[in-house]
Design a protein around this ligand. Structure first.
Ligand SMILES: [Zn+2]
Ligand SMILES: [Zn+2]
Length: 379
């Protein structure tokens, strides 16, 4: 044993001190009434120390206790899955983080009154088959709950967003300030995923390289001079973590920027933390995307690693050659998205036998079925 951790129960936030063996011996001699614990791992049940002296139970992190905690419940009154009215189900005690610190609250959960549905509605989301889905628009939310027990006030989040935006403060600096001033101990705050990314792709494969404009995909001219019949295609945005399709559009022309932009625009307006877009033809449309004011929140325009191998050393979107893209993509695995696109390319032959009007119907239907399987974890 060569190092000790010492806990001073009166020192507030900074309580852990690492000490050497000799310092511990000194302290034991110096202070009266010092309680200390020796933690050891027992090899067999017989090794266990018995008796009330050893029967110590750990306390959970201190919860702010209030006699009448404020009740928080969703303003939604009818089920967002089936439309039936909602009824109060039960309440759980939770914590709400605000600029004044932590407040103990009572979260009243509503449940759908229809027997075959029974979806639970929490303040800002509902739970369907174990997954959470947003129930409120951002401007309707006074709080944002990340689960039934932990929520943040909008004011709290907006304040920190503003600091980050205007002050250019790093995420770590804000965490530090919160740790110093707001939380009594370091476990009192929660961390959450701050950045999101999306992978976009379309059905028609147009070969595109960085130099020069991409060739227009019209197929080989036929003997009679007529061009190959146009394909009905789609363009979609997929969340690389789950494989969920976030936005889709049908496409009569080979992939083009207008369709791609419309699909992306729908995702961006819903996902405020989205800052990275991955597309295997990104360098071709980078200029048009990066200058669009609707997309100013996106800071990383990238090609996925696999397709980047075919791009030049000077490609501005290659994570192989641009270090900031490489770093951003480290937490992203685009294989689920690739799998999703490849499934939809597989369905394309059945879409193509339909007239254009039925085509988009089938695309939407397949997307709905796909997302429903993702929700149920059945892919
Ligand atoms: Zn319902
Ligand atoms: Zn390129």
């Amino acid at each position: 044993m060569d190092s000790f951790s010492m806990v001073d129960s009166t020192a507030g936030r900074r309580r852990l001190v690492d000490l050497s063996m000799s310092r511990v011996r000194e302290s034991l001699l110096q202070y009266n009434g010092l309680t200390w614990f020796q933690l050891s791992l027992s090899q067999s049940p017989e090794d266990r120390m018995e008796g009330h002296v050893y029967d110590l139970r750990g306390a959970a992190p201190t919860m702010p206790r209030q006699r009448d905690p404020r009740e928080i419940l969703t303003p939604v009154t009818s089920c967002l899955e089936c439309g039936a009215p909602l009824a109060h189900a039960h309440a759980v005690s939770g914590r709400l983080y605000g600029l004044g610190g932590v407040e103990g609250i009572s979260m009243v959960i509503k449940r759908c009154s229809k027997k075959t549905c029974r979806a639970h509605h929490h303040y800002n989301y509902r739970k369907v088959e174990g997954q959470k889905y947003h129930s409120l628009d951002l401007d309707q939310m006074e709080y944002i709950f990340v689960n039934s027990k932990v929520g943040f006030s909008r004011q709290f989040l907006d304040y920190h967003n503003a600091l980050q935006f205007r002050g250019g403060l790093s995420h770590n600096a804000i965490m530090f300030a919160q740790g110093e001033v707001m939380w009594e101990d370091r476990d009192q705050h929660a961390r959450w995923h701050m950045e999101y990314e999306v992978v976009i792709d379309g059905h028609e494969k147009v070969s595109a390289k960085c130099q020069g404009p991409p060739p227009v995909h019209v197929g080989r001219p036929r003997k009679d001079g007529a061009n190959k019949q146009r394909h009905n295609g789609w363009f979609m945005a997929v969340d690389p973590h789950s494989g969920m399709v976030m936005s889709v559009a049908d496409m009569e022309e080979p992939e083009n920027n207008v369709v791609a932009k419309n699909v992306l625009r729908k995702v961006v307006t819903k996902a405020v933390n989205l800052n990275c877009v991955i597309y295997d033809k990104m360098c071709v449309c980078l200029k048009s995307f990066a200058t669009d004011k609707d997309f100013k929140q996106v800071k990383y325009w990238s090609i996925d690693r696999f397709h980047a191998k075919a791009h030049s050393v000077s490609c501005p979107c290659s994570p192989i050659h641009v270090r900031r893209l490489d770093l951003r993509l480290r937490s992203v695995n685009s294989s689920i998205a690739e799998q999703t696109f490849s499934w939809f390319r597989g369905y394309a032959s059945s879409f193509n036998t339909k007239a254009h009007e039925t085509h988009i119907f089938y695309v939407l239907l397949y997307v709905k079925m796909h997302n429903s399987l993702v929700r149920q974890n059945r892919l």
